[in-house]
Write a protein that binds this ligand. Structure first.
Ligand code: G4P
Length: 532
């Protein structure tokens, strides 16, 4: 079965990207403005803002509100000028790089938001590394030009040096803070002037003046800013990198845009070029080769599982990226890892606090599906008679470990259910003694905040109190190959053997020296930092 031209058009008009930033650089505000421009909301301030006291789209969990950080990822879809845009929000906190990595697996490009007064910050650096691992195009939006900004060349230098990626400014700011006058579009050779936007509640009214109209420009933006712009353009044209779309696609050149998300300035200009330059849904690697999105048979993979997003519905949602074909309501699909044919329950897209039930989705789209506890991260779905497996999403080695003690032992069943479900979502990993069942449980996390999240969620969602006892291990290795049986593996005295939920053997170490010793003592032993 072939796809119709209309269906192919539906796929090709899709753009699926993740938005990344250091907390406070303006990711939420920018997302909100995309929605404003897409006509999804008609007044800014409804996604997040103290004024309306409504919470951000991704502020689902109580802990997020308490700590003021975004723990979960959200997905938004809207139409804009003939394109269908899917935005994946990524958690900005340093503890969630693994979650971010998974979200990026579902995206075809990333938009990196940078605060113009700060440049590259710690978390941008970390998230950026994750983007590089995925080798996807990265677009940079330098935000908050309505505040005093660092020198533009310094900002670009900072990105190039800190992140090791070349930059190509698509537009250029005229001043900043009180002197912010607008941006210069390098391709069209025209200045787009900036004017107040009633605190960003409405789309910015702009005036476009060609660079050649000197009198009009000096009238509007002041002579010194105009002259400075000419100097900067000259410098840029002489020293800057030429734009090359192939380099953008390869993730080695980042197109850079300037603006103010708060004041709605530079958003339309960003979207226009971003949509032109970013890619249609990309093919994905499966065991039988690259799967093209235009292939008629439906296929998808699960990249995120999230429980209890909405208190009113105690439920679990599996987020999946459609990689090929289209999904229609009621369709029967094959859950490869589960080995069964199923019907996806209540496929939804998340839009602010509302959920929209979907009838048709195409390759490139992300859908949230009600999960009765059958899905795991990395699972593949296909049409019933065409089995394939998408390459797995690696499990990062946890860096912090704790033994979990249950306070009320009468609630054993609740405890096992809760901790197993949370582990399936992928934010914690649980390990047991090789011999034992769930009697002794060790939890491993990539970021220590996850210990708090676990404790909090077990209490709130499963009514189980636990105590966590920190363990000194810092390294974990999956045993890939061993010539010796598990019980005869000899390591250092502080080494601990555990198994994961899939029954794989792992070794816990206090330091890197113990890993080396263990490898030396056991000939033919192969260890890995990533689980599958
Ligand atoms: P995040 O999602 O990346 O963490 O950032 P968020 O959008 O929440 O923005 C962080 C703060 O920066 C917010 O202020 C927001 O209003 C402000 N901001 C975002 N974009 C701009 C911009 O272009 N210019 C200026 N001047 N400020 C910007 P807040 O006071 O912390 O929160 P709120 O009370 O405004 O919600």
């Amino acid at each position: 079965m072939e796809m119709t031209n209309e269906e192919i058009h539906e796929i090709n008009r899709r753009r699926t990207f993740a938005i990344i930033s250091h907390p406070d650089a303006g990711k939420t505000t920018l997302t909100e403005k995309f929605l404003l421009y897409g006509g999804v909301i008609n007044q800014a301030g409804s996604v997040k803002g103290k004024a309306t006291s409504k919470h951000a789209v991704s502020d689902w969990m109580e802990i997020e509100k308490e700590r003021g950080i975004s723990v979960t990822s959200s997905v938004l879809q809207f139409n804009y000028r003939g394109f269908c845009i899917n935005i994946l929000d990524t958690p900005g906190h340093q503890d969630f790089s693994e979650d971010t990595y998974r979200t990026l697996m579902a995206a075809d490009s990333a938009v990196m938001v940078i605060d113009a007064s700060k440049g590259v910050e710690a978390q941008t650096r970390k998230l950026f590394k994750v983007c590089v691992m995925r080798r996807i195009p990265i677009f940079t939006f330098i935000n908050k030009l309505d505040r005093d900004a660092l020198d533009t060349f310094t900002l670009l230098d900072d990105i190039e040096k800190e992140l090791g990626i070349a930059t190509c400014p698509i537009n250029w700011p005229l001043g900043s803070g009180k002197n912010f006058k607008g941006i210069f579009d390098r391709k069209r050779n025209e200045v787009i002037t900036y004017s107040e936007t009633m605190k960003g509640t409405k789309e910015a009214k702009t005036e476009i003046i060609p660079l050649s109209e000197k009198d009009k420009l000096t009238d509007k933006i002041a002579r010194d800013i105009y002259e400075n712009l000419l100097n900067e353009i000259e410098l840029l044209d002489g020293a800057g990198v030429d734009f090359d779309l192939e380099d953008v696609k390869a993730g080695i050149l980042s197109p850079v845009f300037f603006g103010s998300a708060l004041q709605n300035f530079g958003i339309g200009e960003f979207l226009k070029y971003f949509l032109e330059m970013s890619t249609t849904p990309l093919p994905r690697q499966a065991d039988c080769g690259l799967i093209n999105p235009e292939q008629a048979d439906f296929s998808a993979f699960v990249f995120k599982i999230q429980a209890n997003m909405n208190k009113a519905h105690r439920d679990r949602i599996a987020f999946m990226r459609i990689c090929s074909g289209k999904y229609e309501a009621g369709m029967e699909v094959r859950h490869i890892q589960g080995g069964r044919n199923i019907r996806l329950m209540q496929p939804q897209q998340m839009m602010a606090s509302e959920r929209k039930t979907l009838t048709q989705c195409y390759a490139g789209d992300i859908i949230g599906v009600f999960d009765p506890g059958i899905f795991a991260i990395g699972d593949t779905l296909s049409v019933p008679d065409k089995e394939l497996r998408y390459e797995g999403i690696p499990t990062f080695a946890p860096e912090h470990f704790a033994r979990v003690r249950q306070i009320d032992t009468m609630k054993r069943k609740q405890f096992v259910k809760g901790i197993s479900q949370i582990a399936q979502e992928g934010s914690i990993q649980i390990f047991q003694e090789p011999s034992g069942g769930m009697e002794e449980i060790i939890v491993g996390v990539v970021g220590i905040l996850q210990f708090d999240v676990l404790k909090h969620r077990l209490e709130k969602e499963y009514n189980v109190e636990i105590k966590l006892e920190n363990l000194p291990y810092e390294h974990i290795r999956w045993v890939v190959k061993s010539e010796t049986a598990a019980d005869r593996l000899t390591g250092t005295s502080d080494m601990k053997k555990v198994v994961d939920l899939k029954g794989n053997l792992l070794l816990l170490f206090i330091n890197a020296w113990s890993i080396r010793m263990t490898l030396e003592r056991n000939e033919g032993l192969e260890l890995s930092e990533f689980g599958t």
